[in-house]
Design a protein around this ligand. Structure first.
Ligand SMILES: [Zn+2]
Length: 352
């Protein structure tokens, strides 16, 4: 037997073929591949960065990949959210459902689980536990600090990743070994940085791919047991100006989260009933009830326009607003930032 044949003894032929080029890379090898196949990751938010990172992990053969997302696919997503297509937008599929279908089609050896859920303090342990690594695909700091609290408390590594306009950042957090997100952002007088959002200053597809690739590479190192290869730095880059920067971030000895273990985001107050999500949108949180979306469609048909409905959600226009209702009673209203208007629209069309 030659050296080239040797790995076939450990991995089955089809797996060997599928991952042959990745195993040839010295940093992974067959042992690294076996560890990837036995590993698991949860991606929170599967829009732009999360969707691209999830696809890279699934192609690489990470054994179990869970994606959690609260939103549905819209035409304005397709310019940068590479997991989705025109059909997904036309049928307003939840992103977690569309992502699960695409990811399974990409690699059927991976156990992919798509969950249409909004991550909050009450369900964080449910949605994030049982995985070796958490990847940030979210679009807001409230959720990132919640992930950071959960990860630090439970000693689970996670990877922060964010992008707006042509600029993005990423940093791997290994609780107890590296700085955490609170070390990085809460000690700075400038607060969270990146206060702009894709809804206000836009975003370029290429910076999404870049940041997702950096995030996925760190994930492969961690999941393949190659911790020595982690770069341990905050990387920021701007694909428009060509500016790239990589800096070491020190642990803050007085950090709220990793030093004082005050997990205020995780302990959270009870989930508020209504929160802002993006520019000109509000979310009304799930009410622990099950709606009959088909019956609701029939009831609304005469009073609203542009009604679309699938097994997961119902969306319609009631000018100047657009409403999307999920089967658990959760709703996203576009066209207002005013909680009172949102509450009144919800009561009018869905019931209080
Ligand atoms: Zn910290």
């Amino acid at each position: 037997m030659t050296d080239r044949d040797a790995p076939r003894q450990l991995l089955g032929d089809s797996m060997h073929l599928k991952y042959s080029r990745q195993m040839l890379f010295a940093g992974i090898g067959e042992q690294g591949q076996q560890r990837l196949l036995a590993s698991s990751a949860v991606v929170v938010g599967c829009g732009a960065i999360g969707g691209a990172a999830a696809a890279l992990l699934v192609r690489a053969g990470v054994g179990r990949v869970r994606v959690v997302d609260r939103d549905f696919v819209e035409p304005s997503n397709l310019q940068r959210q590479t997991l989705f297509d025109e059909d997904d937008a036309r049928t307003a599929l939840p992103k977690a459902v569309a992502a699960e279908r695409k990811l399974r089609a990409i690699n059927n050896s991976v156990a992919v689980e798509g969950l249409v859920r909004d991550l909050h303090p009450g369900n964080a342990a449910d949605l994030l536990s049982g995985c070796d690594l958490i990847l940030d695909g979210t679009d807001n700091f409230e959720t990132r600090f919640l992930i950071n609290d959960y990860a630090v408390k439970s000693a689970c590594p996670w990877i922060y990743a964010a992008a707006v306009a042509s600029y993005g950042v990423t940093m791997t957090v290994r609780p107890g070994r590296t700085a955490c997100l609170a070390c990085l952002l809460e000690s700075s007088p400038n607060g969270h940085g990146l206060e702009e959002t894709c809804d206000t200053v836009g975003i370029l597809g290429p910076v999404v791919s870049l940041i997702a690739s950096l995030e996925a590479a760190e994930a492969l190192k961690l999941l393949a047991g190659r911790e020595q290869a982690l770069h341990g730095r905050l990387i920021s880059s701007d694909v428009w100006s060509g500016h790239f920067q990589s800096v070491r971030v020190a642990q803050n000895p007085a950090c709220r989260a990793c030093a004082r273990r005050n997990f205020s985001y995780l302990q959270g107050q009870a989930q508020p009933h209504i929160t802002l999500c993006g520019r000109d949108s509000v979310q009304i949180h799930e009410r622990g009830r099950t709606l009959d979306l088909g019956a609701l469609r029939v009831r609304l048909a005469a009073t609203v326009s542009d009604v679309r409905h699938n097994e997961f959600l119902l969306c319609f226009r009631a000018e100047p607003y657009q409403m999307t209702i999920f089967a658990d009673g959760r709703a996203i209203l576009k066209g207002t930032k005013d909680p009172a208007i949102a509450r009144s629209l919800y009561a009018r069309y869905i019931g209080a």
